[in-house]
Design a protein around this ligand. Sequence first.
Ligand code: UFG
Length: 324
Amino acid sequence: MKILVTGGSGYIGSVTTELLCDDGHQVTVFDNLERGHREAVDPRARLVVGDLRDPRPIREAMHQVRPDAVVHFAAYALVGESMRDPLLYFHNNLTGGLHLLDAMRRSGVRKIIFSSTCATYGQPESMPMTEALPQRPTNPYGESKLMLETAMRWEQERHGLEPVFLRYFNAAGATEQFGEDHDPETHLIPNVLKVALGQADAVPVFGDDYDTPDGTCIRDYIHIVDLARAHILALEKQETGPFNLGTGTGFSVQEVVATCRRVTGHEIPVVLSPRRPGDPACLVAGAEKARDILGWRPRHPDLATIVQHAWDWHRAHPHGYRMA
Ligand code: UFG
């Protein structure tokens, strides 16, 4: 298939592009390289540098490529930043997304796999979290993703768009070639591994008085390759609508740090820090729908394997995609 991937220079986009290329698909990456990395774009893919906030470049790329499907990652994804500057998120994630949908309609492209998030649910009332839960985001990042889901639903109803919403839990791990390199890095596993690499003295643990067994927040960590595979399954199926992507097992911050200690053999000191505003105590996926309908089964549900792969990548790329 001919696939247009927006945001293919980012963490999840780079690995999905790699797997699509492995499967023999013809991939065009559309990316502004603002927060991603040119080096993270698989060399087998064609790169078009453009910004979705401008409607013209994506219109031209869509017209020229005429892909069989679009996989849409390009977005800002920092909850804290979105709380400080909501308009930044609506402008980039929502306006950019609408320009993409407009370009698709003009070129008659219908199928889209959308990188959505469990942050669209907000503070869940029940656990594990299924797609049936109400969506009540508690930050502009989650809201911007939900608003684009809504726009896609209406575009489906009125113009035959075929959207799939993949609502990710916590992406982690790496392939041999591509891994996680954000600036600033806010995610737990890469921050813990930085301490193991000697690039930081200690990991801050944001709160130990949550209503969880050890008092630290629980998350559902999903291997990036498993996440990427779900996109490919969604491309192959005729299904539309939401799918939660997680393993169904949660790990606390303390358990993640302990696993990183075992995998790396480093001591990894922690410092107790105040709670991070907006962090829910526990987010664990109910991913039966993805299993039953997409035939998706995580191949690396084991946290130690996820951490091992992340560790291998960070040791091989101690400064990320930048040269030392
Ligand atoms: N944490 C620490 N110390 C750190 C970093 C994180 O204790 O240095 C804690 C956080 O407080 C949280 C957990 O580790 O309890 C996981 O934090 P991450 O930042 O790795 O991930 P989040 O669960 O906050 O964020 C993820 C995605 C977002 C998405 C969100 C949905 O990265 O894009 O899930 O809630 F919006």
